[in-house]
Write a protein that binds this ligand. Sequence first.
Ligand code: SF4
Ligand code: SF4
Length: 111
Amino acid sequence: MPSHDHDHDQQIDPTVSCEKCDAVCCRLTVVVMPDDEVPRHLIERSDMGLEVMARGEDGWCIALDHNRMCCGIYEQRPAICRKFAMGSAYCRDEREQYRHRYDREIPLLLR
Ligand code: SF4
Ligand code: SF4
């Protein structure tokens, strides 16, 4: 039976691993919900007035531990981050986009 796009989106690719990833999902806009227990100094207000995780000039979430490339507030991370599944369609899309951006940037860096 042919699989539907919906099924495909639900599939987890088991070959994807956070350990071999530059934590690219931590470059997305992360909305902080009222029940989240994120330290306040890590939150900023978006142009649309939403509370979001602040991001550094490099584009990564301010809470990222750059030495280990993983969440520096793991126990207090927002609900959205908890739901983001490794190997999911969202994860794979973000990795793909990041890879394209990176590929394009290499020649610029070598100039
Ligand atoms: S969830 Fe996906 S995008 Fe995020 S760090 Fe893991 S492998 Fe990378
Ligand atoms: S709070 Fe943690 S998991 Fe969520 S985007 Fe920031 S560094 Fe990543």
